[in-house]
Design a protein around this ligand. Structure first.
Ligand code: SAH
Length: 229
């Protein structure tokens, strides 16, 4: 019982209390994110509130708010904070939305989306990453995020359709299954390219008539989206 109380108190502190990184996050938002043009107040608030240091390996915590991606094991990385903010802004979410993410990684992008939408469904192809991200998301109180170990090329048909889809690993082409799982009027944001040196961030709008309209935003560098087929 005593242990339970201690555990509960520490989880509450972890989620809402001062964590020693509030000022670092404030600086990150001002100098890395607002300075580069991200304006959406809700996105900026989510970036201010999400404890990025809890999504990186313990020995890298002191670097969590720097302007850079960081290794999270298995050859994967947590994206640069600015990219997370810019992609979240481009996704243009609303509070009632159900969002699919491909590439859970550390769980950080899902945690940033969590307060902005109704539900986040996130898929990860490395089983150990899926497990540890699910744990971190639970510990940080992101109760509307579900993580599934699986291949994002197939999407998550049982939970489709989604209002928004975000990819944080780069396929050479966006899989048709993902367009099929997007509602008419929905939006998909993805890095696309056949090599890490040749990728663009792409936004695809699916019209009410089902027609896809695609635009390219800027060059990016993500890990490739792999498949277990
Ligand atoms: N969004 C993450 C960063 C993503 S790194 C974060 O916030 O930390 C890209 C992730 O995509 C890696 O963890 C990689 O294992 C995963 N991935 C690659 N191909 C995938 C696929 N086909 N389906 C699901 N996840 C995939």
């Amino acid at each position: 019982m005593g242990n339970l109380v201690v555990a509960t108190v520490s989880i509450v502190l972890l989620v809402s209390g001062p964590d020693g990184f509030t000022e670092s996050r404030e600086r990150m938002v001002k100098h890395q994110i607002q300075a580069r043009g991200v304006r959406d107040a809700q996105v900026l608030k989510a970036m201010r509130d999400t404890p990025r240091h809890l999504f990186v390996p313990e020995k890298l915590r002191s670097h969590a708010y720097e302007d850079t991606p960081l290794p999270i094991g298995f050859g994967q990385t947590i994206s640069q904070p600015y990219i997370v903010a810019a992609m979240t802004e481009l996704l243009d979410v609303e509070p009632g939305h159900r969002v699919l993410e491909i590439g859970t990684g550390s769980g950080y992008q899902a945690a940033v989306l969590s307060p902005l939408v109704r539900e986040v469904f996130s898929m990860e192809i490395v089983e150990d990453l899926a497990k540890s991200a699910a744990l971190t998301l639970r510990q940080t109180g992101c109760s509307n995020v579900s993580v599934r170990y699986g291949d994002g090329y197939k999407g998550w048909p049982e939970k489709a359709p989604f209002d928004r889809i975000i990819l944080t690993a780069a396929p050479p082409e966006i899989p048709q299954a993902l367009f099929d799982q997007l509602v008419p009027g929905g939006k998909l944001v993805a890095p696309v390219g056949s090599s890490p040196l040749n990728q663009e961030l792409v936004v695809v709008d699916k019209g009410r008539d089902g027609k896809l309209k695609r635009r390219t935003v800027f060059p990016v560098r993500f890990v490739p989206m792999v498949t277990n087929n």
